[in-house]
Design a protein around this ligand. Structure first.
Ligand code: HH2
Length: 260
């Protein structure tokens, strides 16, 4: 899954793709480099980010979706039913909701009505404050219990289980060690029976592991290490900014695993 942030303030690529032309070109490039789907977002969820209105979010993504959503597979990274509805009408196939259907009670119905795919992600707290003091009894069991409950909720609202994937939400209310433990024990999430998506790409934990306690992002090589580790632990969707590099790294990891 290639990331396309049509935002002025995303943590790693904010401002680069605000102009529709640049965003369209980048989406095509991600697909060409091997992304199976391009995740288009109009609201930053980085720690401390301020929320935006549905109109503003739609304004940012519509011009891009109008051109690319019937050309390449697209997912819309939103928690708002109005944004999801427009995106699905423009041809998007999947809704990626970092609140796992908790922010907008109408979102589940929109996903069900359009027969769309859905990604349910775990987040503790909200972006403004989530990194202040994350607390868990056991991070992996707590995230698994949350995702199991959200999966049940989505299915009860008419979204077929076969259309849903789950995501531990790397960096969303988690310490560096908690992020690592979630990948290390990914089997606990896989036991829920759905494909697992991991988004470690360029996140600050990577820079912190490499020795910078104030890191705001992670490097490309660090992101590749995380992608390969997540793949080796069973993730089948990797949400990444650097598609070509990730495809190359994963192709080698998969070739090692392939039986002759
Ligand atoms: N991470 C971000 C945004 N959406 N969706 C899923 N399913 N999983 C993730 O890990 C995830 C996500 C944050 O990364 P990014 O989009 O690059 O930054 P920003 O939120 O600042 O736009």
């Amino acid at each position: 899954m290639g990331v396309l942030n049509v935002t002025p303030d995303s943590f790693s690529d904010g401002g680069r793709f605000v102009a529709a032309g640049a965003a369209i070109e980048h989406a095509r490039r991600l697909a060409h480099e091997g992304a199976a789907i391009v995740d288009v977002g109009g609201e930053s969820t980085r720690p401390g980010a301020a929320p935006v209105s549905a109109d503003e979010e739609l304004d940012r993504v519509s011009a891009v979706l109008e051109v690319i959503a019937r050309e390449i597979p697209v997912s819309i990274d939103t928690s708002k039913s109005a944004v999801a509805r427009s995106a699905l009408e423009l041809g998007a196939e999947m809704v990626n909701d970092v609140t796992a259907l908790r922010a907008d009670p109408e979102l589940a119905g929109v996903v069900a009505e359009h027969g769309a795919y859905l990604c349910l992600m775990h987040m503790q707290g909200e972006p403004r404050t989530m990194q202040v003091a994350p607390r868990y009894d056991d991070v992996v069991s707590d995230v698994a219990a949350f995702l199991a409950e959200r999966l049940e909720h989505a299915v009860a609202r008419g979204i077929p289980e076969a259309r849903i994937c789950l995501d531990p939400g790397i960096g969303f209310g988690k310490t560096v060690e908690q992020n690592l433990e979630l990948v290390r024990r990914l089997d606990v999430l896989l036991a829920l029976g759905r494909p697992v998506c991991v988004g470690f790409s360029r996140k600050s934990s990577l820079g912190r592991i490499l020795g910078d306690p104030d890191a705001k992002t992670g490097s490309v090589p660090a992101s590749l290490g995380a992608a390969v580790a997540a793949f080796e632990h069973g993730a089948s969707l990797l949400r990444v900014h650097d598609v070509r590099e990730t495809v190359e790294a994963l192709t080698i990891a998969a070739a090692v695993d392939a039986a002759p």
